[in-house]
Design a protein around this ligand. Structure first.
Ligand code: NAD
Length: 404
């Protein structure tokens, strides 16, 4: 019996992406799987139901996509109603906000649903790079951030020399120069702006400079943490950083912020005072805007705020979704990569919690919380490292029975 993979229509009002596109549909079918797509799931990404049918998928209602699949692929953590409809043995794969909402992962563990959460992927393992949704989506978001900023800005990005006079180029500052920040720098550079970049990871200096931007060295001594990420700064370091950034912010026209620290709320880099002191017409695009706060004081997720001093703060948390077609195309490839890695030599679906990629990516399988960071967040004892957890493989026939 072949493995059944489904993609659901996303429930969040601002979400335009879909977890599987027609190209990956074809690839999964070629690999012997069956693909179910919830009716209308790809519409906001410009993949209509016909394109999925042509690729070999069955377009079905939500209930069928949920009940008949071995693997349910999503972009975001689904609603409680959807989570409750999942059955033991099914695999849920997506950006499940597992570290922000660990209790939902426990809920899935209690139901013996396996949850694979892209935020937990150990990204530095080379085998995991094709599964790296954070990189693929950050890259899209960084590109879009530069375009959104240039659109909102009331002047040219490039220098313009015309018969009617010369217009100076825009000065763009990118705070946080990881995957999204570097893409924002590259895009703003192509639009002709003068760019500077700032990060607490010294390793990013060379990357920023290779794109033709100036690197602003931080006073924070080595802010690099593990896995290529930044570490959380101390309150003293944060205060020093906010102070050193204040002058740079006042001197720039557009500020794109992308700073994240895994498992922590985004660092506040632009204080209220810096917003108040920004020039009229300054545009902030905060990719880290969230319900917990963002990098810019006063930023709101999915909203644009214009302040009394005529400064625009764009909550850019969902910008990958604004490039829905390309973002979905890349996301679907990441999904396919995970599914391929889950198929064992007998063609069955299997999650090996001892595998170095799946021990990270898997929030829960066989009723157990697997990921060490998540166990810590849920105040569970660490799993013994030398003993296998209950059952090393998810038996696909058991899943199929459970899923029916
Ligand atoms: P991220 O989204 O967690 O953070 C974005 C950027 O914000 C990072 O560059 C981080 O250093 C920076 N930042 C965080 N707090 C900050 C602060 N207080 N002040 C200034 N900057 C701050 O990270 P990301 O972009 O997903 O990845 C960061 C880096 O990790 C990448 O540039 C890369 O070097 C590495 N990485 C490696 C792999 C791999 O080996 N395959 C995969 C993904 C990422």
């Amino acid at each position: 019996m072949s493995i059944v993979v489904s993609a659901l229509k996303e429930e969040q009002p601002h979400e335009k992406r879909v977890a599987i596109d027609p190209d990956v549909t074809k690839r999964l079918i070629k690999a012997g799987m069956k693909v179910l797509i919830e009716k209308g799931a790809g519409i906001a990404s410009y993949y209509n139901d016909d394109s999925y049918q042509k690729a070999g998928a069955e377009v079905v209602d939500r209930q069928t996509a949920l009940s008949q699949a071995n693997v349910v692929a999503v972009i975001n953590l689904p609603s409680d109603e959807t989570l409750n409809a999942l059955k033991p043995g099914q695999v849920l794969l997506g950006l499940l906000s597992s570290l922000i909402k660990p209790e939902k992962m426990q809920q899935l563990a209690d139901k013996k649903v396996s949850a694979l959460s892209f935020e937990l992927l150990p990204r530095t393992i080379s085998r995991a790079q094709t599964m790296d949704v954070l990189s693929s989506q950050s890259s899209v978001a960084g590109y879009k951030a530069a375009l959104v900023a240039s659109d909102a800005y009331s002047k040219y990005f490039p220098m313009m020399i015309t018969a009617a006079g010369t217009v100076k180029p825009a000065k763009v500052l990118v705070l946080g120069t990881g995957v999204a920040g570097l893409q924002a720098i590259g895009t703003a550079k192509r639009l002709g702006a003068i760019i500077s970049g700032y990060d607490v990871r010294p390793a990013s200096k060379g990357e920023v400079e290779s794109l033709g931007a100036t690197f602003l060295t931080s006073s924070v001594s080595n802010g690099a943490g593990s896995g290529g990420y930044a570490r959380a700064l101390t309150p003293e370091e944060t205060a020093a950083q906010q102070k050193e950034l204040a002058g740079f912010i006042a001197d720039n026209d557009v500020i794109i912020t992308t700073a994240q620290v895994p498992g922590h709320k985004p660092p506040l880099m632009v204080t209220q005072e810096s917003v108040d002191n920004a020039k009229p017409g300054t545009v902030f695009v905060d990719l880290a805007a969230s319900e917990l706060g963002g990098n810019v004081a006063g930023s709101k997720p999915d909203e644009t705020v214009t302040t009394d001093n005529q400064v625009m703060i764009i909550g850019g948390n969902n910008l990958a979704s604004e490039l829905s077609n390309s973002a979905s195309q890349l996301y679907a490839k990441n999904v396919q990569s995970v599914i391929n890695a889950m198929v064992d030599k007998d063609g069955n679906l299997a999650i090996d919690p001892k595998d170095d990629v799946f021990s990270g990516l898997t929030a829960t399988t066989n009723g157990e919380i697997i990921n060490a960071r998540l166990r810590e967040a849920l105040k569970l004892d660490p799993l013994p490292t030398d003993e296998p957890v209950k059952d090393e493989k998810t038996d696909q026939s058991a899943e199929s029975k459970g899923a029916e």
